[in-house]
Design a binder for this molecule. Sequence first.
Ligand code: 5CA
Length: 440
Amino acid sequence: MRLSRYFMPILKENPKEAEIVSHRLMLRAGMIRQQSQGIYSWLPLGKRVLDKVNAIIRDEQNRAGAIELSMPTLQSAELWQESGRYDAYGKEMLRIKDRQDRPMLYGPTNEEMVTDIFRSSVKSYKDLPLNLYHIQLKFRDEIRPRFGTMRSREFMMKDAYSFDLTREGAEHSYKKMFAAYLRTFDRLGLRAIPMRADTGPIGGDLSHEFIILADTGESEVFCHKDFVGFDIPGESTDFDSVEGLQAIFDKWTSLYAATSEMHDEAAFNAVPEGDRLSARGIEVGHIFYFGTKYTEAMGAKVQGPDGKEHFVHMGSYGIGPTRLVPAIIEASHDDNGIIWPASVAPFDIVVINMKAGDQACDDTCELIYAALSKAGKDVLYDDTDDRAGTKFATADLIGVPFQIIAGPRAVANGEVEVKDRKTGARETMTIEAAINRFVA
Ligand code: 5CA
């Protein structure tokens, strides 16, 4: 991508409305724009990061056996009247009427709709277990939307819904998502700790929130500090192995970890004082087992091996991609801007032409840009005629992991500089070596 032809509206000044660093940096880097309170557009640079986050989420959902579909944002009130949640949900739900005066709503979550899909076609235990997910916009009319896309009114959610014949089966499905979440957050460069959590309006008696420790987090959390060093389940994890997943679950629930709603002071005080971590955290995922709450209310039954009809056991599993992007920034930035983990960086490399219009610089940058693009790298080429200082500041701000800097003096020697955004280390090397550094 040539920066001169791209749309990346950088802000020079710090936006006054931004209270936390991620919100400030997302606005300054031209990633998002507020359209109305708690409702955001994702501008091209932000969209690239969001897409990469979603690709990792999708990959790990698929690995764990979940199947993607797409459900609409607008739902008919009837389904929610069946479950009883139409009245129970309160003002967070945006209620609308269509031209025939039929009550509709903008979905805050999809338990009812997915249960309706399930009951319409699954009739036998032989079709279980089943886990259906989508990545879709939601709307919750939050009283206090704040911190940009961290707590917005319209936001994206990956929501998965599992269906099993028995409670034991449903618990295995729960553990599949538990392990998938550990892998997902790790691939996003984050350390997320599963904590016992309250189930709120979703319901049920088994629930974990996945929390990233951060000073700006909205939740107060308490846990054993050893979680920070625990191993993540590997790529070869067998999601069908009941014992294997039980071992992962046991390990990751063996030590104290709870959000403030579930906090047990006495149990926490039993943890040796030096091992106690009392901190603030960002909830990036939340998983629930709620048994037959929706299937009984909505009549979703299957025939079991005993020939009888059984209400199906369900769980639901949410991740907030539009919250994860600022959460990643909260965990990874410095005074100059964002430092993206390679897995979600909007570009892999930025090529900085320090003197656009200078033949040798132009030729060198074009050569590098073409070679790296051909090798499948996402390259941003800063071919604008801005001052070198502005270009460096922009490259640092947007946090691309590597910068290749081509200035007239180095280029005259057939060389360029390669800068690592995270460490700040700069290395001068031949043009060929710079290309091979990323292609080889
Ligand atoms: N149906 C269940 C799971 S599918 C559910 O709705 N869970 S939830 O309410 O906990 O939301 C799931 C995830 O969505 C949260 O962990 C969080 O990451 C994200 N999320 C929830 N509300 C917001 C919001 N207002 N802004 C941004 N992300 C949000």
